[in-house]
Design a protein around this ligand. Structure first.
Ligand SMILES: [Fe+2]
Ligand SMILES: [Fe+2]
Length: 195
């Protein structure tokens, strides 16, 4: 799905179901981080009108997602907890060698964002059937989010392909997907979006 090279096992969804508060808290902070990432790349291409407009709109959309997750937390009588460490994102960032080249820096950020969007989508698709009975409103919400995050996945990847040689970007993308698949297989599953 979405080019990913490893699938999330259903047992992950069962872990989430047992600790919705931790999961929704993690999801809420992920939306804030997604907004921050979109804002952070604007500075890399300030003269590219379409890029600036797209990233600005995307950041606003991610904060709207945060608001929706927070509303669901409140409706369920749960609490927004503290942000937990995102081991997945930390490990993922280690894939790319450190670079001072501004173009490479941007490509790396765009590919990492694209991949995190794709993995979020895949996770939501695993979660939706499990939520249907007990949390029908949440299941509907995650179906909508799936569409939105799948669009973001494509937006980041397409911009990366525009800003460098397509073949080079595609090679980096495939290598990143392989690395991420191994990372996902080795995760100790937790009630986190990327855990
Ligand atoms: Fe989002
Ligand atoms: Fe997104």
């Amino acid at each position: 799905m979405l080019g990913l090279k490893a699938n999330t096992p259903n047992e992950w969804a069962q872990i989430v179901l047992k600790d919705m508060e931790s999961f929704l808290t993690d999801h809420a902070y992920n939306e804030i981080k997604a907004a921050q990432s979109a804002i952070a790349v604007i500075n890399h291409k300030p003269n590219h009108q379409l890029f600036v407009n797209t990233m600005s709109a995307l950041a606003i959309e991610e904060m709207q997602h945060f608001e929706s997750v927070y509303e669901h937390i409140q409706k369920l009588g749960l609490k927004l907890g503290q942000e937990s460490q995102n081991d997945y994102a930390m490990q993922l960032r280690k894939f790319f060698p450190k670079t001072k080249d501004p173009k490479q820096k941007l490509i790396q950020k765009l590919l990492l964002s694209s991949l995190m969007e794709a993995r979020s989508c895949e996770r939501f698709s695993v979660l939706i059937p499990v939520l249907n009975n007990q949390y029908p409103d949440l299941a509907t919400f995650y179906k909508e989010l799936f569409e939105s995050e799948a669009r973001h996945y494509r937006v980041f990847l397409e911009f990366a392909r525009q800003f460098d040689e397509v073949e080079t970007v595609n090679r980096q993308w495939q290598a990143l997907l392989s690395y991420e698949a191994e990372l996902i297989k080795g995760l100790d599953h937790k009630a986190l979006v990327h855990g």
